[in-house]
Design a protein around this ligand. Sequence first.
Ligand SMILES: Nc1ncnc2c1ncn2[C@@H]1O[C@H](COP(=O)(O)OP(=O)(O)O)[C@@H](O)[C@H]1O
Ligand SMILES: Cc1ncc(COP(=O)(O)OP(=O)(O)O)c(N)n1
Length: 270
Amino acid sequence: MITLTIAGSDSGGGAGIQADIKTFQELGVFGTSVITALTAQNTLGVHGIFPTTVQFVEAQLKAVLEDFNVTAIKTGMLFNSEIIECVAATLKNRGLPLIVDPVMIAKGGASLLQQESIQALKNKLLPIATVCTPNIPEAEVISGRSIHTEQELFLAAQDIISLGVQCVVMKGGHLAGDKAIDAVFIKGEVPFVLETNRFETKHTHGTGCTFSAALTAEIAKGKSLQEAVLEAKKFVHLAISNPLNIGHGFGPTNHFVYRQLEGKCDVVCH
Ligand SMILES: Nc1ncnc2c1ncn2[C@@H]1O[C@H](COP(=O)(O)OP(=O)(O)O)[C@@H](O)[C@H]1O
Ligand SMILES: Cc1ncc(COP(=O)(O)OP(=O)(O)O)c(N)n1
């Protein structure tokens, strides 16, 4: 199985391309990459961004797609409208599962997507996406609604599905409470929730990238959306709850532990 991640590089190794490739590897799929931007980043924050030219994004896409039999693709940090439009035009009509993690702002506050690119994300990329995995602030930006209640969460998910996405996973890492809850909306099906205990830690850098990469790996293996989101939730929960304590700030998660524990993790599904 071969996957492709189209995302930014995190020199600190906890998020972006690096988190994706590590996750693919741990889940037994071969990862390829298209790098949209270099970030000078560590556990203390994003210190610089150097975007790739759209011509070179296109060259990387061509090189990977003309040689490898890719079975699922994910996007992360896309940075600007030109890159989004290039990615969407290249992937349109290929019929491959596309997982869009609509990365906008790093936890430290750095902007990883230019504000004026939201329309390109909504109008070009999401209509060809299989799954979109927003956290709550990203879902608010895409849907244009503030999300404080279950009803607002449901309506925001419907708004995103109406853009053409088949499945929306609303990641609840930013919600308060002692549970880490993600709500899964699949077009035409009854929504469900995946729930684990919330692990008290500051080392959550790259959780969203890791979750969406695990989801992509499982979809590449041919798992159903329901099976794939469950396995991705297990992967990220184990990675968060067994921290490595690396760096002086908000550290990365533990990408090794899922394999070491053979994926054993309690997730409540209701
Ligand atoms: N402290 C935590 N304990 C357990 N799970 C968490 C914790 N923080 C986030 N998660 C889980 O990590 C995944 C990524 O969520 P989130 O942190 O919201 O994404 P992002 O990095 O895009 O903001 C979700 O499955 C979420 O429930
Ligand atoms: C290069 C790069 N891509 C994405 C992110 C954001 O990752 P995320 O999983 O949302 O985690 P935080 O950075 O928000 O902790 C990133 N930082 N860098």
